[in-house]
Design a protein around this ligand. Structure first.
Ligand code: ATR
Length: 279
């Protein structure tokens, strides 16, 4: 029998959404795996996220990714949360279970950790990590990072109270990791890896951490990505960092994890990042 399965509809919801790379990524995954997946970009009105989601699933949609600025709303809207999503308070993946309940998941953290460890060959266990930012993007990745058992994880943020609240929230998952919070200027000591999870570069701005935190051995990872090097990564290079990575690999890996959640099939991501880079 030939494959007569109708394509099942998936999508990403955001505002704005026209520049999203997710439709391209998922269509590459669908072609590679042969899964009957059609994936579209959906712009929800800023005050119309919930109705957009409900309508999509009522019409038989298979799953949604969620991006800025709706990740917190997605978490709140869901009837239930996967374990890795429960504490995050932000969701990037939605689907309905067999009972019709809206399930929220977060694949961002797994995406980041996979990009760091598998694609870039970095070890996180026993390392000293500095994470910049304490918004939705950072909340989504702390659980999977802590699961890798770093020796220390410092969360630095412009608004110190938000970083402190995240330390309190994630303390139960910290195990032996020394988890602490500080303001940007107060960050000090040696870090093996600095992850920028702030949205400062959207305003061409930099989190003002002391430049001496960056040495030739410091690995720098910006969760943002752009056609040319990100503002933060350029700054880090200027301070002497030799290894700087942007978040395009994380984007591909979080998409692969979502594809697996929905379809039970894991796409091969090797080569996908390269095919997305301009030039
Ligand atoms: P996201 O979903 O991208 O995480 P968010 O929840 O609004 O968005 O969080 C943005 C993060 O970037 C916050 O940590 C924010 O700092 P505050 O908590 O003090 O607001 C940080 N941020 C935004 N603009 C910044 C800037 N110009 N300099 C430094 N940090 C900035």
């Amino acid at each position: 029998m030939t494959n007569q399965l109708p394509n099942k509809l998936y999508g990403v919801v955001g505002n704005p959404i026209s520049h999203s790379k997710s439709p391209r990524i998922h269509s590459l995954f669908a072609a590679q795996t042969g899964e009957p997946v059609e994936y579209i970009a959906i712009q929800a009105p800023l005050d119309g996220f919930a109705s957009t989601v409900t309508e999509f699933f009522d019409q038989g949609g298979g799953g949604l990714n969620v991006t800025v600025p709706f990740k917190e709303q997605a978490w709140t809207l869901a009837d239930t949360h996967t374990e890795r999503c429960a504490r995050a308070g932000a969701a990037n993946t939605l689907y309905r279970d067999e009972a019709g309940r809206l399930v929220a998941d977060n694949t961002d953290g797994v995406g980041l950790v996979t990009d760091l460890m598998v694609n870039h060959g970095l070890e996180l266990a026993g390392k000293r990590l500095l994470v910049l930012g304490a918004g939705g993007a950072v909340r989504g990745v702390l659980g999977p990072i802590l699961a890798c058992q770093p020796a220390a994880l410092v969360i630095a943020n412009r608004t110190l109270a938000k970083a402190e609240a995240l330390v309190d929230l994630y303390q139960p998952e910290a195990g032996r990791c020394e988890l602490s919070a500080c303001g940007f200027e107060a960050a000090h000591g040696h870090f093996d890896l600095i992850i920028n999870g702030t949205s400062a570069s959207l305003q061409d701005d930099l989190p003002p951490i002391p430049p001496e935190l960056i040495t030739v051995d410091t690995v720098v990872y910006d969760m943002m990505y752009s056609a040319s090097i990100t503002t933060f990564n350029q700054w880090a290079r200027d301070q002497g960092a030799r290894k700087v990575f942007d978040g395009l690999g994380m984007l591909v890996e979080q998409a692969a994890e979502a594809f697996h959640v929905w379809r039970g099939v894991r796409p091969d991501t090797s080569g996908v990042v390269k095919s997305l880079r301009p030039g």
